[in-house]
Design a protein around this ligand. Structure first.
Ligand code: URP
Ligand code: ZN
Ligand code: ZN
Length: 460
């Protein structure tokens, strides 16, 4: 099977040129002007941008959480991702406290195997670090191809680990060549504030926001960075939202430390005023919560300064019926919002088109850096000879409106309802096959592969 993409404007993290791309099987075989190869299929990309398939390294599909399951399955979630130009996601396996990492991997495999349309990998969330868990780390990195270990400094009583476990995990992960990633907010402070607000009868979504002030994130981020420095373990902060937390990372650079930072599309585009909308605010109940305009400025600047390396989604959708579990108590609203489908288009429209970031930076934070940081580059995350033919053909001028009635995520509302954006995904290739064309998904579930990742390579 072969395919020729003609005359597209090819964008990578460092280049921008007009060329043809010849694909054979799953791989890119040639790139150049006026390629003369005979191909089974030809796609005209004149006037279009052609960039690598997006990689969203932070999603939660079919995840048991807060008494329910996130509403996108591997099938619906990875399909929706493809519609939006994201060809690969990294999901989170949650260890059950008292059980092994292997048991959790088995459980997640039973939900994912044979169901994904797009490619995927897993981060292993360690919620109970002990002598048994410690022995499993090496196997996960060397045999399973899972080299990142997620920790929660919050969700006390459910997922949170203490600093003693964190240090132990970091020492072992460092030794075996992996990375520790973190949800960095102070779980004890949040637990106190949640209880205080509930006791005072303050139970609307606004109090979710007020229970997680900026200091809870700044403090935990600094503590995580310090522990990573002490253990010399590669560290990655997920869904960083605010100035105080980014400054903790910035300060660490002064002692020559490097910690990777991810933010999510919602923290760049939405702000905490949405929590003033009575229970409607539940649509944006997520942890950490949305912040202030000044934090959005900090995050955009952080991207351009090279401190914020990745823009993900933390896609964790719940239907409105599920959100209503917290109608009388904000602490029972399942945390998370749907975004897997619109990350690439929103970041293009609000980032590139509005002049906040360059096209190369766009590809860097949405495609290339996730592949580099998480051990998949150059197989994924770029357009180069020998790379997987994961390619997006994108019309930079088409205007369209985001709405729940036309999205493909399995959730009955949109967090961006009515947003008019510019730039649309037209055609998506995954490992050489056309996945999306003419607003239709051509691939079946089961095409998506689990992608094994390598050890952490260090700085990028
Ligand atoms: O609100 C969120 N973020 N839900 C998903 C779990 C997490 O903390 O990432
Ligand atoms: Zn989190
Ligand atoms: Zn998350």
């Amino acid at each position: 099977m072969s395919l020729l993409i003609k005359n597209g404007r090819v964008i990578t993290a460092s280049e921008d040129y007009i060329a043809d791309i010849f694909i054979e099987g799953e791989k890119i075989k040639a790139i150049g002007k006026d390629l003369q190869m005979k191909a089974g299929e030809t796609v005209d990309a004149s006037g279009m941008l052609v960039f690598p398939g997006g990689i969203d390294p932070h999603v939660h599909l079919d995840m048991p959480f807060m008494g329910t399951y996130s509403s996108d399955s591997y099938e619906t979630g990875t399909r929706a991702a493809l519609f939006g130009g994201t060809t690969m996601v990294i999901d989170f396996i949650l260890q059950k406290q008292g059980a092994s990492l292997q048991a959790a991997l088995d459980e997640w495999n039973s939900r994912a195997t044979g169901n994904a349309v797009g490619d995927y990998s897993f981060h292993m969330a360690v919620t109970d670090f002990n002598e048994h868990t410690k022995k499993e780390i090496k196997h996960f990195i060397e045999e399973e191809g899972i080299s990142s270990f997620k920790t929660f400094m919050a969700y006390k009583g459910a997922l949170m680990i203490d600093d003693r476990q964190m240090i132990g995990l970091m020492e072992e992960v460092k030794q075996q060549g992996g990375m520790v990633t973190v949800h960095a907010t102070n779980g004890d402070m949040i637990d106190y504030l949640v209880a205080k607000h509930r006791n005072e009868g303050k139970v609307s979504p606004l109090y979710h926001y007020l229970s997680q002030p900026e200091v809870t994130e700044a403090e935990a981020s600094e503590r995580f960075v310090d522990m990573a420095d002490y253990t010399n373990c590669p560290g990655y902060i997920v869904h960083l939202t605010c100035e105080g937390a980014l400054n903790a990372v910035r300060n660490a650079t002064k002692r020559n430390q490097h910690v990777f930072v991810e933010t999510c599309i919602q923290y760049l585009l939405l702000d905490a005023s949405l929590y003033q909308k009575d229970f409607d605010g539940a649509k944006w109940v997520m942890s950490p919560p949305l912040r202030e305009k000044k934090d959005q400025d900090t995050l955009w600047a952080g991207i351009n300064q090279g401190l914020v390396k990745v823009v993900a989604t933390d896609h964790c959708p719940f239907k409105w019926e599920q959100k209503k579990m917290g109608e009388k108590d904000f602490s029972k609203i399942p945390n998370g919002h749907p975004a897997i489908e619109h990350r690439m288009e929103l970041l293009y429209s609000e980032g590139v088109n509005s002049g906040k970031i360059t096209l190369n930076k766009y590809v860097e934070v949405a495609c290339t850096n996730p592949a580099k940081i998480f051990g998949m580059f150059p197989r994924k995350g770029t357009i180069g000879i020998g790379s997987d033919a994961d390619i997006v053909i994108f019309d930079p001028n088409e205007k369209h409106t985001i709405t729940a009635s036309s999205h493909h995520m399995n959730v009955d509302y949109s967090a961006y309802e009515g947003w008019e954006i510019i730039g649309k995904v037209k055609t998506v290739l995954l490992r050489g096959k056309i996945a999306i064309n003419d607003n239709k998904c051509i691939l079946d579930k089961g095409y998506g592969q689990f992608i094994k990742r390598s050890k952490v390579k260090g700085m990028i």
